[in-house]
Design a protein around this ligand. Structure first.
Ligand code: ATP
Ligand code: MG
Length: 175
C-alpha cells in the first residue's frame, strides 16, 4: 500500500478554458500522469473573488491584470489527489513566467500553451496548508477529514474509475 496521498487545488485559467482543444489536451495530460480528480466544478469568478483568492499579491504591479484576467471568463477548479500531487502538478505546469518557460521548458503545460506571464494556463497550490485553504475557497462543501476517513483508501489502492462526464474519479463499489 502506498503512503498517504496529498490533495491539491488546480485551477485551469480562462485562457485555456476558452480553447476547447487545449483544455482537452491538459485534462489528458493530467490523467496520463496518474492524477486523480476528486471533485471538479466550472466557476465564473467575480473580480472581488479573484482579488480574494490572490490576496497574497495585493499591491503588486501585476495585481490588476491578474484579477481582470481571472474574472474574464470561466475557470475549471479541480481537487486533485495523488502521491506528491502538489509537486507533480506544479512540475507539469512549469515555471510561472511563460515568456521564459517557452524556452526553458517548452514541453510543460505553460511552455506549450501559455500566452503571457499573466495568462499562464493554470494554478496549483504550493504547499499542504495552502492546498487546504484553497480547496476550502472553491469547495466549502468538501470535508477533507471525512474524505481521508472514507474515500482515501480507494484512491490509495487505485480502486477508482474516471467518469469523463463528471470529470471525477469514483470509488469502485465492491457490491
Ligand atoms: P499560481 O499561484 O497561479 O499557481 P504561481 O504560484 O506559479 O502561480 P505566483 O507568484 O503565485 O505564481 O503568481 C500568481 C499569478 O500571478 C501567476 O500565475 C501569474 O498569473 C501572475 N503573475 C505572477 N507574476 C507575474 C508577473 N511578473 N507578471 C505578470 N503576471 C504575473
Ligand atoms: Mg502561487
Amino acid at each position: 500500500m502506498s503512503q498517504r496521498l496529498q490533495l491539491t487545488l488546480a485551477i485551469l485559467k480562462p485562457d485555456i478554458v476558452a480553447n476547447p482543444s487545449v483544455l482537452k489536451n491538459v485534462w489528458t495530460r493530467m490523467l496520463e500522469n496518474g492524477l486523480y480528480f476528486v471533485m471538479s466544478k466550472r466557476v465564473q469568478l467575480s473580480a472581488v473573488q479573484a482579488e480574494q483568492f490572490y490576496a497574497e499579491h495585493r499591491g503588486k504591479f501585476f495585481q490588476n491584470r491578474l484579477v481582470c484576467f481571472m474574472s474574464s471568463g470561466p475557470v475549471w477548479c479541480h481537487i486533485l489527489c495523488g502521491d506528491d500531487v502538489i509537486g507533480r502538478w506544479r512540475r507539469m505546469l512549469g515555471p510561472t513566467k511563460v515568456l521564459k518557460t517557452v524556452f526553458d521548458q517548452p514541453d510543460s503545460i505553460r511552455g506549450s500553451f501559455g500566452l503571457t506571464d499573466t495568462r499562464n494556463c493554470a494554478h496549483g497550490s504550493d504547499a499542504d496548508a495552502t492546498a487546504k485553504k484553497e480547496v476550502g475557497f472553491f469547495f466549502p462543501e468538501f470535508d477533507i477529514d471525512k474524505w481521508y476517513k472514507e474515500q482515501h483508501k480507494f484512491f490509495q489502492n487505485d480502486l477508482v474509475e474516471f467518469d469523463p462526464d463528471k470529470l471525477q474519479h469514483f470509488a469502485i463499489s465492491d457490491t
